[in-house]
Every structure is written in structure tokens, then in C-alpha cells.
Design a protein around this ligand. Structure first.
Ligand code: FES
Ligand code: FES
Length: 155
């Protein structure tokens, strides 16, 4: 077992984990941050996407022991109290989710992308979003939501 300190959403979590324990399992089971979802557990679906030092990463493909000293952001860190993040607001207003299982991964993917590329064209936006899987929405409303969030985040 290895002691690791994870910095998640500006808070420190001291955890003791086996070296083989994934970041996704550690966030959910050891830190109690169950907003990060696991769909496939082998890097295909993107449901487990979080930001690691600002970059969208599939947390089922990282080990917790790799993340000491890194800045992690999960879906729990998006809202500011009762105030939704623009990406959350946009998903709500555009009906960007149905069952919502894929949503945390899409939100974190989109935030990481828009923070790096605030004014994407449609092709760039669709290319990035195609890396995550949604079984419910047909993607149109997700694309609309991220377009709206891009405008809101530029203000
Ligand atoms: S659970 Fe990580 S990509 Fe599917
Ligand atoms: S909203 Fe159900 S999987 Fe995407």
C-alpha cells in the first residue's frame, strides 16, 4: 500500500492505496467523489473524464499513485455553491442529458477543451465530443450545449 495525497477541486485527500488502484476508483471510493462515473473501465467511453493539470484525462486509465502533486478537477468542482458553471447551465437549458450517466465526463471534457480553445469551430467541437460516448441523446443537444457554453465562458 502507498500513501498518496490527491489535490482535488482545491482540497487535499490523503489516501492509502494499492499501486494498481485506478484514479477513478480512488476518487469514487476513497475520496467519496462519486460524480466521476465508470462506464467501460478501459478507456473507451469517456464517462470517467476529469481534468488533470487542466487536461481532460480518462481516470480509469491512470493510477492514483501517478497523481501526487497534480491538480485534479472533477464534476463536483464545477458549480460555485448554488451557482452552476456555464457548462452545467448550458446542458440543462439545451436538454443535453437524458439518463445523465455520461454527463460528468462530457462536462469535464468540454470545460478542459473550452479553457484551452475558447472559440472552437464546429468541426473542432464535434471532433472533441466524438471521443465520449452517450447512449441516450444522439449528441445534437450536447453539441448545442457546448456551443452555448463557449459563448458564455468567453464573456
Ligand atoms: S470508464 Fe473510463 S473511459 Fe470508460
Ligand atoms: S445521457 Fe444517458 S448515456 Fe448520455
Amino acid at each position: 500500500m502507498v500513501d498518496v495525497t490527491l489535490n482535488v477541486n482545491g482540497r487535499s485527500y490523503r489516501v492509502r492505496v494499492e499501486p494498481r488502484r485506478t484514479l477513478a476508483d480512488t476518487l469514487r471510493d476513497d475520496c467519496g467523489l462519486t460524480g466521476t462515473h465508470l462506464g467501460c473501465e478501459h478507456g473507451v467511453c469517456g464517462a470517467c473524464t476529469i481534468l488533470v493539470d487542466g487536461q481532460p484525462v480518462r481516470s480509469c486509465l491512470m493510477f492514483a499513485v501517478q497523481c501526487e502533486g497534480m491538480e485534479l478537477r472533477t464534476v463536483e468542482g464545477l458549480a460555485d455553491g448554488e451557482q452552476l458553471h456555464p457548462i452545467q447551465q448550458a446542458f440543462w437549458e439545451n436538454h443535453g442529458l437524458q439518463c445523465g450517466f455520461c454527463t460528468p465526463g462530457f462536462l469535464m471534457l468540454a470545460v478542459g477543451f473550452l479553457e484551452e480553445n475558447p472559440d472552437p469551430n464546429d468541426g473542432e467541437l464535434r471532433a472533441v465530443l466524438s471521443s465520449n460516448l452517450c447512449r441516450c441523446t444522439g449528441y445534437q443537444n450536447i453539441v448545442k450545449a457546448v456551443r452555448q457554453a463557449a459563448i458564455a465562458m468567453r464573456r
